[in-house]
Write a protein that binds this ligand. Structure first.
Ligand SMILES: *[C@@H]1O[C@H](CO)[C@@H](O)[C@H](O)[C@H]1NC(C)=O
Ligand SMILES: *[C@@H]1O[C@H](CO)[C@@H](O)[C@H](O)[C@H]1NC(C)=O
Ligand SMILES: *[C@@H]1O[C@H](CO)[C@@H](O)[C@H](O)[C@H]1NC(C)=O
Ligand SMILES: *[C@@H]1O[C@H](CO)[C@@H](O)[C@H](O)[C@H]1NC(C)=O
Ligand SMILES: *[C@@H]1O[C@H](CO)[C@@H](O)[C@H](O)[C@H]1NC(C)=O
Length: 784
């Protein structure tokens, strides 16, 4: 299945490559026909043969274009061609053309204006960033003229209104370019932005493209926070040409907000299931601008506001002045409106973008191939690179490629002709035709580094039983194990009391339960320091009774393996229920839950850190050392975990840690996994480049994941790894690790992280697996 996975992955890389996926400029269906005739209407028509439906760019049907009934006069602009897109779109480009009709026609619009609407009743006149409404149109009846919309439009309905400076007959054919507006945001209401007085000149941080009403506050509109442009680190400068200082940001001063916070209300097109919110914030602390200190969000689903809000505090960073995206986990709240109060951490708060991730917006559409290709008659040179477009914003300071590159991109222009081949100790690109033969040679069992390289078939793949990941071991070790019996006992089901569902997968569920009398069932060598009659919290992994035979066999194999794992830093299998269905595995659970939730509950620095009794850096090191120790044990058995992350570590009293494995099936963390057509689920942000590109999972790839886990710990799990990159960009970065031309991006040094620990992380992320430290070495380094 892994083989299939990476073939699929390469296939997606190629799709991205050929269609320039990350740029939101796809024709929305006038020329391609996806927009239906009945969704194209007009103020009037000259004749049946020049009706609105003939206003499609590059079409020659009817009399060759849409033409209004009467001559367009300079002072009488009433005519329009209207398109209903049926749902909200992010529109970045428009194309127009006149009526040519094989040489008979010679009517076109020299100029036009655009109006748009999100609800069909309130119409807004589009203006460019300098406030100008009129767009230059066509010079002849046949050429297509494309115009960027700066700022872009978020709308369902769009009207083209021809404009002339003298009385003339006008006909138009048009197209809209963009992509679906996945955020579903219809408006944000916020206090108006302010004006900063820096020595020498004022900085205007108002929302200059807001399209709603602006009186004392901004209502019913969208603007700079959704225009796809992320501000630079230095807020005085802008990507946008010829604008005032501070243009990219909307900002507020604490002097105007006695409550200490700015409230922004977000309204959506429908009730959505929210995963996260990302806020692009400036952090030029030397000018008293900082990321917000805390945000409190309220959710409204039907008509009522949920009583209990969600709290989130990012790490206060006084070291790195870069602008950044702060990700707020919205924990699957259902809402059609969200109201957030952003608390000041300093005198100013400056935001440039806010995006929302909700239900289908998460995975589905990013993988859907574009409806059609590039705009007609466009030269590649016209594809002006934009730094932050199509909701795939990226930090301006990094020079990201515009689209995902195939790892072999440098080997020739037609990247699909090449494929990566993995022969022990040597990775290279070869022409695709020879790849099948070459890949057969990878079944060599021992590589030059002395570490076995397992071919896919040798790996006992236990994934997929309960949808959660488990340990993968080489077949050899499996044989050694199978000689012995399962070393745990059957537990009476009736002594388990259900408390909470921890997660679920395709074939089963994981429940948190209380177990009565567990002490008797626990192996004598494994002592619990709890009284005989006390209830014990356990995790119960259960196979659905309708699971197929393969899933049952895998589940039993997993029990066999788990029962052999005995280490103070690995979750223990305590007992099983296999005499009757559903099959269950009962493992330890620890009272402080998983490490990710445990750390994100704490404030890392300042007064609050003391109040919340936050772990110190030495506590963090102690926890990391225990993870390294557990992994040292697993690696000594040649076990490969494959999903090491803070979400898969449990915390007990006194910062004790044990490694578990049920993270993948938990809804809470669905955003940490990458889905391919809704099936394969992979923790790509924790995976080594060779696991992603070659499907190769080894102890060395566990070491890589350990580096990411350590990074999470030092960040107090406040941020997802590479939070500023989309999944596609993460995969592209993986390609950069493979190509190794110094373009790969490493996770940055966390604010609290001492240099010595960052060095350990960088060691874990070395390209060459042989150069990565072993878990013994890591464990030793962390104890120091
Ligand atoms: C924002 O500030 C600029 C510069 O003073 C001004 O020209 C513009 O009209 C303002 N826009 C709004 C919407 O207040
Ligand atoms: C929201 O999405 C999560 C993850 O996909 C899902 O588990 C949950 O059931 C959804 N909530 C509702 C109310 O549909
Ligand atoms: C605004 O923030 C500055 C810097 O943190 C602080 O000195 C000042 O007292 C604050 N003003 C108000 C009104 O809270
Ligand atoms: C993905 O999108 C398609 C079409 O928009 C929809 O029918 C399907 O249900 C979506 N799938 C998921 C898993 O959301
Ligand atoms: C917690 O750990 C410290 C040192 O690691 C130890 O001295 C102390 O006894 C432990 N406390 C408990 C309650 O286990």
């Amino acid at each position: 299945s892994l083989q299939r996975f990476w073939m699929l992955l390469i296939y997606f890389l190629l799709i991205y490559d050929s269609h320039n996926m990350s740029v939101c400029r796809y024709p929305l269906g006038m020329s391609g026909g996806q927009i239906q005739d009945e969704d194209i209407s007009a103020s009037s028509q000259w004749s049946e043969s020049t009706a609105a439906r003939y206003g499609r760019l590059d079409f020659e049907e009817g009399d060759g274009a849409w033409c209004p009934e009467i001559t367009v006069e300079p002072d009488n602009l009433k005519e329009f061609l209207q398109i209903d897109l049926r749902s909200l779109y992010f529109i970045t480009l428009v194309g127009t053309q006149g009526r040519h009709a094989g040489g008979i026609g010679n009517e076109f619009a020299q100029m036009y204006k655009i109006k748009y609407s999100r609800d069909g009743s309130r119409w807004i006149s589009w203006r460019n960033r300098q406030g100008k409404q009129v767009i230059e149109g066509n010079r002849n009846a046949y050429d297509i003229v494309l115009k960027d919309l700066e700022p872009p439009i978020i709308a369902r309905f769009v009207r083209f209104m021809p404009v002339t400076d003298h009385s003339m007959n006008v006909c138009m054919r048009v197209e809209l370019y963009g992509c679906e507006w996945l955020d579903g945001l219809v408006s944000y209401n916020a206090p108006v932005g302010g004006q900063m007085k820096l020595p020498g000149f004022p900085v205007y941080v108002n929302d200059s493209v807001y399209d709603g009403a602006v009186i004392h506050s901004m209502t019913e509109g969208l603007g700079q926070l959704t225009d796809g442009v992320c501000g630079l680190d230095d807020f005085i400068h802008s990507h946008v040409y010829n604008v005032w200082p501070g243009y990219d940001y909307v900002g507020w001063s604490n002097e105007s907000f006695p409550g200490g916070y700015v409230e922004i209300m977000f309204e959506f097109d429908r009730t959505r299931n929210f995963t996260s919110m990302k806020i692009h914030c400036n952090n030029m602390f030397s000018w008293h601008v900082k990321v917000f200190r805390q945000v409190v969000c309220y959710f409204r689903s039907e008509s009522d506001w949920e009583p209990s809000p969600l709290f989130f505090s990012p790490v206060v960073d006084e070291k790195n002045p870069s602008a950044r995206f702060v990700t707020v986990n919205l924990a699957n709240h259902m809402a059609s409106a969200i109201k957030c109060q952003f608390y000041f951490a300093d005198a100013w708060m400056l935001f440039s973008e806010i995006t929302f991730q909700s239900d289908t917006a998460m995975y589905n559409t990013t993988l859907a191939p574009p409806k059609t290709g590039l705009p007609p008659n466009t030269q590649p040179g016209q594809w002006r690179p934009t730094l932050c477009r199509g909701r795939h914003c990226k930090p301006a300071r990094r020079d990201w490629q515009q689209h995902v590159r195939h790892p072999c991109a440098d080997h020739g222009p037609a990247t699909n002709q090449w494929t990566i081949i993995d022969t022990p100790g040597l990775l290279h690109c070869v022409p695709a035709s020879s790849s099948t033969a070459a890949s057969k040679s990878t079944t060599t069992s021992v590589g030059q580094d002395g570490v076995p390289h397992y071919a896919e078939a040798d790996i006992v793949n236990l994934q997929g039983v309960t949808g959660s990941n488990t340990y993968a071991i080489p077949a050899l070790t499996m044989d050694l194990l199978s000689g012995k019996d399962v070393a745990v006992e059957e537990f009476p089901r009736k002594l388990l009391t259900f408390k909470e569902k921890l997660g679920e997968g395709q074939f089963g569920e994981v429940h948190l339960c209380e177990a009565e009398g567990m002490q008797e069932f626990i192996n004598k060598e494994f002592l619990f320091d709890i009284p005989e009659d006390q209830l014990v919290l356990v995790a119960v992994k259960m196979l659905r009774s309708d699971a197929n035979k393969n899933a049952r066999n895998d589940f039993l194999k997993e029990i066999k393996i788990m029962s052999r794992l005995k280490d103070p830093n690995i979750i223990r299998l305590l007992a099983v229920c296999i005499y009757s269905d559903p099959l269950c595995m009962i493992t330890e659970y620890m009272e402080n839950g998983d490490l990710n939730q445990f750390l994100s509950r704490h404030e890392p620095e300042g007064q609050l850190a003391l109040l919340s009794n936050a772990p110190t850096v030495s506590n963090l090191c102690y926890m990391a050392a225990q993870i390294a120790s557990g992994m040292k044990y697993l690696s000594s058995l040649n076990f490969v975990h494959r999903d090491l992350a803070t979400r898969n570590c449990l915390v007990g009293k006194n910062y004790t840690i044990k490694i578990a494995d049920f993270g993948m099936s938990r809804n809470l963390y669905s955003g940490d996994y990458y889905r391919i057509q809704g099936r394969a689920v992979l923790p790509i942000r924790w995976m080594s480049w060779e696991s992603i590109l070659l499907g190769k999972f080894t102890t060395a790839s566990d070491v890589w994941a350990f580096g990411v886990t350590l990074w999470e710990i030092l960040n107090f799990c406040k941020e997802q790894p590479y939070s500023q990159l989309t999944d596609e960009q993460v995969i592209e970065n993986t390609g950069e690790f493979f190509r190794d031309q110094k373009r790969q991006i490493y996770l940055p040094q966390p604010v609290l992280c001492p240099d010595s620990l960052y060095k350990v992380m960088l060691g874990c992320w070395r390209r060459n697996t042989k150069e990565r430290p072993s878990f013994q070495e890591i464990h030793r380094a962390l104890l120091e």
